[in-house]
Design a protein around this ligand. Structure first.
Ligand SMILES: Cc1cc2nc3c(=O)[nH]c(=O)nc-3n(C[C@H](O)[C@H](O)[C@H](O)COP(=O)(O)O)c2cc1C
Length: 533
């Protein structure tokens, strides 16, 4: 009888201990996934950012404000109704992604709105739920998209609808450029930050005499390799650079923003047609070079009425383009994988002569020569850094998306082999068009499987395979059980490549296989990361 009693006590003690352990684990997990706000803060900065622009602006604002009051900057998906209750002011820095949609780290916003509107059963009281709060929205976008800054406007409207007071009209930022956009111009008046604190973006600043110039990073092209020769496909190129000057550092998941240049003949022709001497030397932003050299980076309108000296003020820079970096600094080089965009399929030489390539991909893949130096600025994408490499990872991508996946593979390989860290399993699911084993792209994939182990499981999908044509989505459907098992084991999902087709197809497949709720949970835990463009 006594022993039965003792067993009962033991079971109770073990159950309580187990419960305490679970609560502890849950708290630990929550504290890892829920950002901590600075205590007693009355202001909060919230960002939604896919490629890091809105996040870095939010961080600059938070740092600049912190001189007066400690302020946190958190992703929109981490924002809860409880965060908003003790606050007085919120600044939203919100970019728009996809087709007028939310960036991934803001995609749960509608869920938050539902929480706000259902947090009380009294519908009239909800309207006032946020009436203690005042806010502004700084919206990033690109006016070449039909839905310019749409998600920023959506956040603004939702806050208004929830009773919060709009402190300023939506401040739109078209085609943000860290090196050009003046943060003081996009700061809401109520944000009490000094102009000085905003221009002190340490990594970018260089002083020449009395002039403050944001410093550029230069890279020399050292190798270019065609990864899919003789395939009748758009060329896929691996392009390798070495840094000129002090080597900037970066992490797997980061991007490089390239300033493309016009082909030299295009500028010559434009100068001749406009009767302008391109050989005159001009000093601009602390650098001196010929007018022609300056104009290589500028849009060249058909008509203009400017003198040679006014041109640099008048003509906008060509749109910069971001590329996923395929290497890590420990590789000793910066590598990109670029698909050459051809306006008309066919003869590459003919298209080169007629400038029928995409501007940036044509510049990188064709007009820029080995030995040339280009201007490229590393963009740190913090949301791509939050990977616990001791956990498994499922890397999914196609075509030029191999870049982002290769960088993650290199990062894990480096941690395991140079730093003796224990690394989780990796599963690479990769799609290309042609399955010929002798293609350099397919040789690279085969290398990933060899010793020392770089990936543990490789699944290829070749869309033009005559026997088994398939896409990466098909692999996911075919291997549903494995996918569930890896996710249950704590795997991250990292997707890289084009949004239309691959990115959307993978998203739909994952939602079908894992369920919408699981996807949202993975997004909340920052375990579903997308570098799609
Ligand atoms: C795939 C993709 C889709 C985009 N869609 C839109 C859009 O629909 N509307 C818009 O105004 N800007 C759009 N943009 C532009 C971004 O909002 C802009 O580049 C912004 O600076 C990105 O900020 P982030 O780095 O914080 O995400 C898009 C950019 C990309 C790469």
């Amino acid at each position: 009888m006594q022993s039965l009693y003792l067993i009962g006590v033991l079971i109770t003690v073990l159950s309580v201990a187990w419960l305490a352990l679970c609560v502890g684990m849950w708290r630990l997990h929550r504290s890892r996934t829920q950002p901590k706000l600075v205590a007693n803060t009355k202001t909060l900065i919230v960002y939604a950012s896919q490629t890091g622009n809105a996040q870095s602006i939010a961080q600059y604002f938070a740092d600049a404000l912190s001189v007066l009051e400690k302020v946190s900057a958190i992703p929109l998906n981490a924002l809860t109704f409880e965060h908003l209750l003790p606050l007085e002011k919120v600044l939203f820095v919100i970019s728009t992604y996809g087709d007028g949609e939310a960036p991934d780290n803001g995609s749960l916003f509608t869920k938050l709105l539902t929480t706000i509107s259902t947090s009380t059963s009294d519908r009239n009281a909800d309207i006032n739920q946020l009436n203690h709060l005042a806010y502004s929205v700084v919206a990033l976008g690109d006016s070449t998209y039909p839905e310019f800054c749409a998600f920023g406007y959506q956040v603004d409207q939702a806050m208004k609808d929830a009773g919060a007071k709009q402190l300023s009209k939506v401040i739109t930022v078209d085609n943000y450029d860290e090196l050009i956009t003046n943060l003081a111009d996009i700061t809401p008046d109520w944000l009490e930050v000094s102009q000085q604190s905003l221009i002190q973006q340490p990594s970018l600043i260089k002083t020449t005499g009395t002039q403050v110039v944001k410093s550029k990073q230069y890279w020399q092209l050292i190798q270019r390799e065609l990864l899919n020769p003789d395939c009748n496909d758009e060329p896929l190129l691996q392009i390798t650079f070495k840094s000129i000057g002090p080597s900037p550092t970066w992490q797997a998941g980061d991007l490089i923003e390239i300033q493309p240049k016009q082909p030299s003949e295009v500028v010559d022709k434009w100068l001749a047609e406009n009767n302008i001497n391109g050989d005159i030397w001009l000093t601009h932003q602390g650098h001196q070079q010929s007018l022609k050299a300056w104009l290589l980076e500028r849009e060249l309108p058909e008509t203009h009425k400017h003198s040679a000296n006014e041109l640099l003020q008048a003509l906008p820079y060509l749109h910069k383009r971001s590329y996923s970096i395929a290497s890590i600094p420990e590789d000793g080089q910066l590598q990109l994988i670029v698909r050459l965009f051809e306006k008309h399929n066919g003869d590459v030489q003919r298209q080169a002569e007629k400038q029928e390539f995409g501007l940036a991909s044509g510049f990188l893949s064709h007009y820029c020569q080995v030995g040339d130096v280009i201007d490229g600025h590393i963009k740190s994408v913090n949301s791509h850094h939050n990977i616990d490499h001791s956990k498994p990872i499922i890397l999914i991508g196609a075509g030029s998306g191999l870049a982002g996946l290769k960088a993650q593979i290199s990062a894990r390989f480096y941690l395991a082999n140079q730093q003796d860290k224990s690394i989780g399993q990796s599963w690479l699911i990769f799609g290309e068009r042609n399955n010929k084993a002798e293609l350099p792209i397919n040789k690279q994939l085969a290398e990933f499987e060899k010793e020392p182990v770089k990936v543990n499981k490789l699944s290829c999908a070749f869309s033009q395979d005559s026997q088994y044509p398939k896409y990466v989505q098909n692999v996911l459907f075919n291997e549903q059980d494995k996918l569930h098992q890896w996710i249950d084991d704590g795997a991250y999902i990292y997707v890289c490549g084009s949004l239309v087709g691959m990115g959307e197809g993978v998203q739909d497949a994952l939602v079908t296989i894992l369920g919408q709720e699981k996807i949202e949970e993975l997004q909340q835990q920052q375990r579903y990361i997308r570098d799609v463009y």
